[in-house]
Design a protein around this ligand. Structure first.
Ligand SMILES: Cc1cc2nc3c(=O)[nH]c(=O)nc-3n(C[C@H](O)[C@H](O)[C@H](O)COP(=O)(O)O)c2cc1C
Length: 167
């Protein structure tokens, strides 16, 4: 509960590599996320190669931070036509971000779009047919000097009473 309140999007990172074992442990935790019919319609590609991260950073309108993050975890969703799939992807994405937060790492969920860029990302990462790279998570240690830099995106949240009604 407290992790959710403390975890804010991180878009500026220290240039510290993230050990492969840490990423493997984060995925090992998140893979226990429940999904509709237990389909687990997700796969993950960990990208630490700088040239690939730079190319991915150009495949979204607000994806520039993927170039700076030491690790980009690309989320592949199954192109299976089930309406639950993107719901499942949101759940596993949150599990990954919260687990990374427990490891002291900052994250920023990032959208790869429009559709042409999803196709480009699939080609770039040589993804097999049937899997769509629609989102990626930038992961790394937050740069405390820059994490408050201005952003076009509003901060804060709607108040509880606006969100919750009783019937
Ligand atoms: C599905 C989804 C897509 C997102 N796409 C982007 C994105 O493309 N670029 C970006 O900078 N942040 C992206 N974000 C991060 C949101 O902007 C962020 O979660 C929101 O502004 C709240 O930030 P805060 O927790 O720091 O207040 C995305 C978040 C979600 C859940």
């Amino acid at each position: 509960m407290h992790s959710i309140k403390a975890m804010r999007a991180t878009r500026h990172f220290l240039p510290e590599p993230i050990p492969r074992t840490t990423i493997a442990e984060i995925v090992d935790t998140a893979r226990w996320t429940g999904s509709a019919r237990n389909r687990q319609p997700w796969r993950f590609i960990a990208v630490n190669t700088e040239t690939l991260r730079i190319q991915l950073s150009k495949l979204g309108h607000y994806a520039g931070h993927l170039a700076e993050a030491p690790l980009v975890l690309v989320l592949l969703s199954a192109d299976n036509g089930f309406t639950d799939t993107e719901f499942d992807m949101g759940r596993v994405c949150q599990s990954l971000c919260l687990t990374a937060h427990e490891y002291g790492l900052g994250t920023c969920v990032t959208t790869i779009h429009p559709g042409d860029n999803v196709v480009r990302a699939a080609a770039l990462l040589d993804i097999e047919p049937g899997w769509l790279p629609r989102h990626a998570i930038a992961i790394g240690r937050r740069d405390p000097q820059r994490h408050r830099s201005p952003s076009a995106i509003p901060t804060g949240r709607l108040p509880g009473p606006t969100l919750l009604t009783w019937a």
